[in-house]
Design a binder for this molecule. Structure first.
Ligand code: FAD
Ligand code: DLZ
Ligand code: SF4
Length: 513
């Protein structure tokens, strides 16, 4: 890559998750001189078998954004998936476009995923083109800033990174101190939900002609993919995404904090924002979302535990995940600390299991391409780790099934946070839990085939024996972790008969997978 040549016209590739007028490549462009390339390609739509809704969402948002660019006076080359000339890859589309614009310099804002960044660099090398790749500055921390923060630290912990982001960007600060006298209000954010609470549904957008056309295309080309296409509630324009943000802030944010970890049958969204998919493709900016939420606190419209909790997810967790991803790629998605080898059970695709919590989380994933954080972490993720499922297969499942899934944020959440497959780089202990946790935070166990109070035997909640079996199986790797010391002491004090009963029950569960 060389310095940009300001006298040459540019061919600017805008990717499907870069749908913002503020994206670095467009900020430096000239609408009189430059051409924008956007392309729907089979390769991006099938590097994992994405949920049908995710493909429809991305394509529809791309087409809407293209129309906005054209209305704003830009020259656009938009390639549709069903264009007979479509070469099926972004590199192929760059080659076709450059043949028509041989004098142009190619620019693309750095792709968010390592895979695509490498593919585009390989295209530039093999075709002899200069490729300008400005850094994606939609994030609060640049690559350099995160590397500087991480270098020289023995342990990386999100909480300390988060405090730096709070200070640097002045979120919820009262002078040099955090608003309310503490950085983190998580201890107030663990209430179980009950059905009598008023749960606002996220904004429901009706499909327009563009979305309907895309849905027909997805139904025709991706009919075997996982997930329901209807109903389709996503916003596909910035205007509608801003309305979704407004609806979240006014209706759900006040209760977001208290019920953040709760799960309830028939309530896929509870008080969650359903905004990640809009932020991840550029319809909303993380800073503007956080500033709007912060304003709700100062206007007296939402309590501090909700507002701090929400802002922490974005300027803390989201940024931290991206930092870890770029620090550790390539190779991070192949980490397997526990050497887990079991195949992903088929019911992750069908939802057909007698475990009510798993059926609920997978069922709503199929219907909405959505599950909230605790379902992803403590139900489907927890089960996979306890059962010893190959973390790479778990990673590919999460990357496929969620409307907000992009590897830069999905992989650290799955490989690091949920599966502990990085051996504790990202988190200090595995998020392993027995049925007791799910019973405390949800109403799933009330209608389950299994008995959450039973520890062993055919009708015992499978999470119970699996939990102890996981600890016993991985004692050599986990026994020294101070945060697990109490659990290991309990295990070691158990009689041999009890231990055997746990391990036999676990084996029965695993054999039945
Ligand atoms: P809310 O609960 O309303 O949270 C607000 C916002 O905070 C989200 O929109 C998101 O932008 C951000 N956020 C919250 N938690 C995290 C987190 N752990 N990491 C990064 N950002 C966070 N998030 C994705 O965006 N894409 C993924 O592919 C993804 N995969 C995940 C896989 C697993 C196993 C786990 C445990 C978490 C994953 N997350 C992922 C994080 C989180 O679960 C989702 O961001 C969240 O559920 C999206 O729903 P929401 O917009 O209603 O979020
Ligand atoms: C997710 C996605 C899909 C399904 N399709 C396309 C596409 O056809 N064209 C495109 O430019 N981008 C698509 N995307 C988003 C890309 O996969 C995303 O830009 C990369 O994964 C980098 O994050
Ligand atoms: Fe899930 Fe166990 Fe509760 Fe059933 S009893 S819902 S399997 S935690």
């Amino acid at each position: 890559m060389t310095e940009p040549d300001l006298s040459r016209p540019k061919l600017i590739l805008v990717l499907g998750d870069q749908l913002s007028f503020e994206i670095a490549s467009l900020r430096a462009a000239d609408r009189q001189r430059d051409t924008i390339l956007m392309a729907e390609v089979a390769e991006e739509a099938s590097y994992v078998p994405h949920h049908k809704k995710k493909i429809a969402f991305v394509f529809s948002a791309m087409r809407h954004f293209a129309a906005e660019l054209e209305a704003d006076g830009w020259t656009l080359r938009y390639v549709r998936l069903d264009d007979p000339e479509n070469s099926d890859t972004l590199s192929g589309e760059l080659s076709r476009a450059i043949a028509d614009h041989p004098k142009a310099e190619v620019v693309v804002t750095e792709p968010a995923e390592y895979r695509l960044k490498q593919a585009l660099k390989a295209w530039a090398d093999s075709s002899g083109q200069d490729l300008q790749m400005p850094e994606d500055d939609r994030f609060l921390a640049s690559h350099q800033e995160f590397q500087d923060w991480a270098s020289g630290r023995k342990q990386l912990r999100m909480e300390y990174f988060y405090r730096e982001m709070r200070r640097k960007h002045g979120f919820l600060m009262s002078g040099d101190n955090p608003e309310g006298g503490q950085w983190n209000f998580d201890s107030e954010n663990r209430k179980p939900a009950t059905g009598d609470l008023f749960m606002p549904a996220p904004q429901d957008n009706s499909a327009d002609d563009i979305t309907r056309e895309v849905m027909d295309l997805v139904e025709a080309r991706f009919s075997d993919n996982f997930g329901a296409l209807h109903p389709f509630r996503y916003a596909v324009t910035r205007k509608d995404a801003l309305e979704a943000l407004e609806q979240f802030v006014t209706q759900a944010l006040p209760c977001f904090g208290s019920y953040q970890d709760a799960m309830l049958t028939g309530e896929p969204f509870l008080y969650h924002s359903f905004l990640a998919q809009y932020i991840n493709i550029g319809l909303l900016g993380p800073m503007e979302v956080c500033r709007r939420v912060e304003r709700a606190y100062y206007d007296g419209d939402a309590p501090l535990n909700s507002v701090e909790g929400f802002i922490r997810q974005i300027i803390g967790w989201r940024e931290y995940m991206r930092g870890i991803y770029w620090l550790k790629m390539p190779g991070y998605t192949d980490e397997n600390y526990f050497d887990a080898k079991r195949d992903l059970p088929e019911f992750y695709w069908t939802g057909q299991t007698q475990m009510a919590c798993m059926a609920a989380a997978i069922g709503q994933t199929r219907d909405e391409a959505y599950a909230h954080h605790i379902q992803r972490l403590m139900v489907t993720g927890n089960f996979a780790m306890l059962a010893g499922i190959d973390p790479h297969q778990v990673h590919e499942w999460y990357l496929a099934v969620y409307g907000d899934a992009y590897e830069w944020v999905e992989a650290p959440n799955v490989i690091g946070m949920s599966q502990f497959a990085d051996g504790g780089l990202l988190g200090s202990k595995p998020y392993a839990a027995s049925g007791n946790y799910i019973n405390k935070m949800s109403d799933y166990c009330e209608s389950c085939h299994y008995n959450v109070k039973k520890k062993t035997g055919p009708d015992a909640c499978p999470f119970n024996p699996l939990y102890w079996d996981f600890l016993a199986r991985n004692a050599a790797k986990l026994r020294g972790n101070p945060r697990l010391a109490t659990m290991y002491s309990t295990w070691e004090r158990m009689g041999d008969d009890k231990k055997k009963a746990y391990r036999d029950s676990a084996r029965d569960v695993l054999d039945a997978l």
